[in-house]
Design a protein around this ligand. Structure first.
Ligand SMILES: [Zn+2]
Ligand SMILES: [Zn+2]
Ligand SMILES: [Zn+2]
Ligand SMILES: [Zn+2]
Length: 197
């Protein structure tokens, strides 16, 4: 597929904000010229509830191509940062290395429909772990910490509704490859220590 065909493919079209100051392509541009035009779930506008962190946080590729606060960004920027919407187990996948630079699930030797956790974000924001475990303290993550800090913040166990919603997610067997590799943000370098994205 050519570069142009890729940009107008439904998987890419209007998924990123245009970075041109005065874009010559106007309405024909494949990038969005306003947040309203973005064709994706706008995670940054959603309320930051427990359900948000369990079901939405880091499940959509970041539409912001310019420099921004990636640490506090609710979108994902690379496969290590990415989470699926549910349907996976809290058990860690042995094929997934957080030290390996991968551009897709396939690169890691695994598949998007693997039922195990890939990376610490999938594990720690899992339905049965998120805010059920206590934070060890000295935490800089604040609102984005997956562990509880006080009793108000604490979850006991998933509700029946949350469990049903989690289990209803069908893991996508189709490769992410095309969308991930063609995306400019995935070509930038990244590393995988537990605290970074
Ligand atoms: Zn444009
Ligand atoms: Zn971002
Ligand atoms: Zn796996
Ligand atoms: Zn914490």
């Amino acid at each position: 597929m050519s570069q142009v065909a890729q940009l107008y493919h439904p998987s890419q079209y209007k998924k990123k904000l245009c970075v041109a100051a005065d874009c010559e392509y106007s309405i024909y541009c494949s990038f969005a010229h306003s947040e309203d035009e973005l064709k994706l779930k706008k995670l940054h506008l959603l309320e930051r509830s427990h359900d948000f962190f369990i079901f939405d946080y880091k499940t959509v590729e970041c539409p912001f191509m310019q420099q921004h606060d990636r640490k506090n960004c609710v979108y994902f920027h690379n496969p290590q940062d990415q989470r699926r919407r549910g349907g996976y187990s809290k058990e860690e996948c042995k094929k997934w290395s957080k030290y390996q630079k991968v551009l897709s699930y396939e690169d890691s030797g695994c598949h998007p429909d693997c039922e195990k956790s890939h990376g610490w974000k999938e594990r720690d924001f899992h339905l049965q772990i998120y805010k059920v475990r206590k934070c060890k303290g000295g935490c800089q993550k604040q609102a984005h910490c997956p562990f509880w800090h006080d009793q108000l913040d604490r979850r006991r166990a998933p509700t029946a509704a949350q469990t049903a919603r989690w289990n209803a997610v069908q893991l996508d067997p189709s490769p992410f490859k095309n969308t991930l590799i063609s995306s400019p943000s995935f070509k930038s370098s990244f590393y995988f220590a537990d605290s970074d994205d």
